[in-house]
Design a protein around this ligand. Structure first.
Ligand code: NAG
Ligand code: NAG
Ligand code: NAG
Length: 299
């Protein structure tokens, strides 16, 4: 019932003009949801513009923090020879979108950002490229000829390759492969070098040789970290937190919210949650208003 109202709210919000900002902190919060025990207000920001397919698929979003620019990968129209592209839009000021174009046919389906150096590592059908956001120059970086399925940046570039097991990390000209027996569909690496890995048998946390399964859900759509290092995972309509135990084997996947549909999810420079529903981008902010629905924890 409440979720139904929420969907209606979202649908009418998305019909609004980009410039009309809905207020967030009104006491009668009409579009609020609990994430664990904290109430968040939801407001529409803008529509991501691209030559999307009929069903909009945005698997990944990451904010380039220095310029408040949101990068997102998406699936273009079927007629397009490329089946993945990456676009970007500034979240302030001029909100026109741009699509990364190499001048050749590449499928840029994955990327991550070296925030300290404004470098975007982008991968797809022909290895990894690096874009310097200051100059917009794109250079080949690694693994020409390989199809890259995931990129994650933490001091080094970590990546996975199509049909190959393990996570490769590139350190200069030296490559090392972690979890060589694991077929990795998605992953992140925390500050403390804990790997959170979605494989074809579930979600795992790993450090060194140790690896523990925390969920058998193989359909998790994404894994990301907020600015405080909290780890979130989501699938169709459920948001989870990966709570790492003091001993890795006590780590858990905890459901913290139900959201009608989550496409991609990321965090802005104030640690607000950005998420997509179709091509619409929403922001969720902590609010002092009262959420009208019951926190999932109290169920
Ligand atoms: C949920 O909130 C409670 C109370 O604030 C806190 O103790 C608990 O750690 C939170 N759970 C998660 C998964 O963040
Ligand atoms: C929307 O995207 C198209 C193609 O990707 C581009 O040509 C157009 O300029 C974009 N419009 C805006 C307002 O960003
Ligand atoms: C939220 O609910 C509490 C208790 O029902 C009430 O005291 C408080 O004033 C409410 N806050 C707002 C912002 O409506």
């Amino acid at each position: 019932m409440i979720l139904y109202l929420f969907i209606v709210g979202i649908a009418s919000a998305s019909a609004q003009d980009i410039t009309s900002n809905t207020t967030t902190d009104s006491p009668s919060c009409s579009f609020c949801i609990f994430i664990n025990t904290t109430c968040y207000s939801v407001s529409y920001m803008l529509n991501l513009n691209a030559t999307f397919r009929t069903e909009v698929v945005i698997p990944k979003m990451v904010l380039l923090r220095s310029s408040n620019t949101l990068f997102y990968s998406f699936e273009p129209l079927f007629e397009d020879e490329e089946y993945y592209k990456t676009g970007f839009v500034k979240l302030e000021g001029d909100s026109s979108t741009h699509v990364i174009n190499s001048g050749q046919i590449f499928n840029f389906g994955t990327f991550d950002i070296d925030q300290d150096n404004d470098l975007i590592y982008i991968g797809g059908s022909d290895g990894i490229y690096v874009i310097d956001a200051k100059t917009n120059k794109m250079l080949s970086y690694s693994s020409r000829g390989d199809t890259i399925t995931n990129i994650f940046f933490k001091n080094f570039v970590y990546f996975t390759k199509y049909n190959e097991k393990g996570i490769v990390v590139k350190n200069g000209d030296y490559f090392r492969t972690y979890y060589e027996d694991v077929y990795v569909k998605n992953f992140i690496v925390t500050k403390y070098d804990v790997f959170v890995i979605l494989s074809n048998t579930g979600l795992y946390v790993g450090k060194g040789d140790a690896m523990h399964k925390i969920s058998s859900n193989v359909f998790i759509r994404g894994i990301t970290m907020d600015l405080d290092g909290n780890i979130y995972a989501w699938w169709i309509d459920e948001l989870y937190k990966v709570v790492l135990g003091s001993k890795l084997k006590y780590s858990e996947l905890v459901k913290v919210a139900e959201i009608p549909i989550i496409g991609a999810l990321a965090f802005d420079n104030r640690n607000n949650i950005l998420f997509t529903l179709d091509k619409s981008l929403y922001v969720m902010k902590k609010t002092n208003s009262n959420c009208s629905i019951i926190p999932v924890n109290d169920e």
